[in-house]
Design a protein around this ligand. Structure first.
Ligand code: EPU
Length: 419
């Protein structure tokens, strides 16, 4: 198992290109199952989660290759209908095959994902949304068994409550092959959801309202294989920005969509960072302690829950007391105890954390508990005095490509060790 050894503190200086968004690639990969032929997706990051999703698609009979950021998915013989517990328990996003298998194969057996480290994370909306299209859904021995009714899926009306990224993507993928009009209300408008809708539309789907909370889909259509370029990862960009806010320095990030970064940029500006935007690039500079802030995570265009841990690391060294409330996942605070090991002064009360800023963090051994928590610990380690060892970095490899090499290119003293 690998770990990172980080010697701090160092400032971050230089330029980096941001990769394609993990959470945009995964639904596009599932959407390849909605057509027969070779889908080609560009700007694909070489992440563990992407490789893992490739094994799921291969298990369904697809051929997959990822070379130099180009992902080719051949579905000519993808006749499989099952995603096993062994796969789904390792990656919740495996649930994305449910909608395409149901709509294209007429039947799907997909394991229920179960909970995760920060709560139950239900998939009821995915199932209710598909039931609204006429799907017959049964839960059998831990598996979702979904079948199209006689005559196929038909258009329906469904409202997501609460807003769900995965639910919106999954039901949307099923709806494009349903007969008649489907109206989906209170849809997630995260850029990754919009990117999926655009990918489907470019492949022949008829979707109105893309980028808004109400999607109107007219079906059925015969989709062509996908041809898409993945949008930039706003969370990866935000993570490097948080690193500069925490450790100080100046970094220019290229390959970004600055509009997608607005919710993050607004908070970091309030915290005293100087941020300048150009088309496709953003530069952040920070010096001295950040200013304390108050954040509530919300669905896009609110502040993203996937940046909460990294921002908490910044708040840990802020001048003053900060407040962070989780509006999406009430229990997503597994990083708090580890940040405390680095000297952060944080109190959690329900879904709200109070962070009493300290002048400096101190290096220590810590344990990564999930993807974004790991990112927060790595950033904290770069800014902390002394040696920080981040164990269980496989979490971070799921969603950040070579983060240690990229941070090192900005001046961080970080190395990977296999233990
Ligand atoms: N929810 C339900 N029922 C459902 C689905 C969701 O009640 O059927 C609730 C959840 O419990 C949560 C809220 O709705 O309170 C939002 O969950 P959502 O469905 O939007 O989350 P997700 O699709 O499971 C995606 C990202 C997460 C990100 C969330 C929120 C992917 C693969 N995952 O998860 O990303 O935190 O949206 O933005 O896109 C990450 O990248 O680290 C990550 C966890």
């Amino acid at each position: 198992m690998d770990r990172f050894v980080i010697e701090g503190p160092t400032r971050l200086e230089g330029e980096l290109e941001v990769g394609g968004a993990k959470n945009a690639v995964l639904p596009l990969m599932a959407a390849a199952l909605l057509a027969r032929g070779d889908s080609i997706i560009q700007n694909v990051p070489d992440l563990h989660d992407v490789r893992f999703f490739m094994t799921i698609l291969e298990g369904l009979g697809a051929t997959c290759s990822l070379v130099g950021g180009e992902l080719r998915l051949g579905t000519a013989e993808a006749e499989g209908r099952e995603a096993s517990y062994d796969l789904v328990r390792k990656m919740r996003a495996s649930i994305y095959v449910l909608g395409p298998l149901l709509a294209f194969q007429g039947e799907a057996f997909v394991s229920l994902p179960g909970g995760c480290a920060w709560g139950p994370r239900p998939v009821n909306l995915h199932l209710e949304g598909m039931a609204a299209l006429g799907a017959e859904i049964a839960l059998e021995r831990g598996y979702i068994h979904a079948r199209v009714p006689r005559g196929g899926l038909r258009g329906g009306r469904f409202r997501f409550e609460p807003v769900s990224v995965g639910g919106t993507c999954n039901v949307l993928m099923a709806a494009v092959l349903a007969r008649g009009e489907t109206v989906l209300e209170n849809c997630a408008i995260e850029p990754e959801v919009t990117a999926l809708a655009i990918g489907l539309r470019d492949a022949g789907a008829v979707i109105e309202g893309i980028g808004t909370p109400t999607l109107r889909i007219q079906g059925p259509v015969t989709l062509r294989p996908l041809q898409q370029t993945v949008i930039a990862d706003r969370i990866e960009a935000g993570t490097f920005m948080a690193g500069v806010a925490l450790a100080g320095g100046r970094v220019r990030l290229t390959g970004v969509d600055t509009v997608h970064l607005d919710p993050i940029t607004a908070v970091l500006r309030e915290m005293g960072c100087a941020i300048t935007e150009e088309p496709g690039a953003i530069t952040i500079a920070a010096d001295g302690r950040p200013v304390a802030t108050e954040i509530i995570t919300r669905p896009y265009p609110g502040f993203p829950t996937d940046m909460q841990a990294q921002l908490m690391a910044v708040c840990a060294v802020a001048d003053g007391t900060s407040f962070i409330s989780e509006g999406i996942y009430a229990d997503r605070f597994t990083h708090v105890a580890e940040l405390q090991r680095l000297g952060a002064d944080i109190r959690v009360d329900g879904a709200r954390a109070t962070i009493f800023g300290v002048p400096k963090l101190q290096g220590a051994p810590v344990m990564a508990s999930d993807l974004r928590a790991s990112a927060a610990l790595v950033l904290a380690g770069v800014a902390a005095e002394g040696t920080t060892i981040v164990n269980r970095v496989y979490h971070i490899d799921r969603g950040y490509e070579c983060i240690e090499e990229r941070l090192a290119s900005l001046g961080a003293r970080i190395r990977r060790e296999s233990v």
